[in-house]
Design a protein around this ligand. Sequence first.
Ligand SMILES: CC(C)(COP(=O)(O)OP(=O)(O)OC[C@H]1O[C@@H](n2cnc3c(N)ncnc32)[C@H](O)[C@@H]1OP(=O)(O)O)[C@@H](O)C(=O)NCCC(=O)NCCS
Length: 254
Amino acid sequence: MRHLLGSGRAVEITTVAQRPEFAGAAIDVGGWGDFMRHNRISEAYFWQTLEAFPATCLVATAEDGSVVADAHAVQLRLGGRDRAPLPAGGWEQAVVWAFADARHGVVPDTACALNISVARGFQEQGLASRMLTALRETVAGLGLGNLLAPVRPTFKEFEPRTPMVEYARRVRPDGLPCDPWLRTHVRAGGQIVGIAPTSWLVSGTLDEWRRWTGLAFDRSGAVEVPGALTTVHCDIDSGWAVYVEPNVWVRHEI
Ligand SMILES: CC(C)(COP(=O)(O)OP(=O)(O)OC[C@H]1O[C@@H](n2cnc3c(N)ncnc32)[C@H](O)[C@@H]1OP(=O)(O)O)[C@@H](O)C(=O)NCCC(=O)NCCS
């Protein structure tokens, strides 16, 4: 569907199922820090998502045909004996279960958004909100009851030592979340339903972390890394550092 943004520019939002030429592409317009690109579950699965779940992945294209926003969402079955309805392992757990379900022909009951990203020149014009609304409508059209999202609150990086549970609880006088990205989800109809404490892990040697961040990693303990939502744990004696990112579970009942 065609959308006119605040800037007057038009974009077209479609599913990848409607634009199969994108299914084999590696699309990710998000401006992630280098260290964020070293999650091994993501390395294994993210690039396959458009092809495996084209009905729940969206792209927004500008008038020149370039992709200016993307939303990747997988489909899976949640609950039951072996699966928590809101897994502590958040993003990673949802991806692993979704690909296992697809392989074994399990009928999904839930969509789980992995990201919504907007290219720099198209940010702050309401495009992310439109992508989220389009994703909700797409999920509804498929007859899935829930859209879940392990949300990465955008301003959490400015206070990495605040516990996520405390951060996610903060609201403005109008009752909406202080964080802009959580606010967008809640305004669209989502509810904050929990924390996924071990949603996204990045581990590496000290040399790898130095290369990814340009920081010294020369002392054991908590290291603040720009773009990280919490501190990175550095262990000099063992020669490694690990980042365990918590996300916020948001449920959109459809
Ligand atoms: C987070 C992101 C998707 C937002 O996209 P966007 O199109 O700029 O968002 P919108 O224009 O729809 O705005 C959503 C809300 O965020 C606010 N916002 C967006 N950018 C902001 C900024 N730089 N500073 C302050 N608020 C900002 C908007 O004001 C709006 O809140 P409001 O309606 O209550 O005022 C985009 O910045 C992005 O792609 N970031 C990198 C990837 C990422 O972090 N994705 C989210 C996790 S997967």
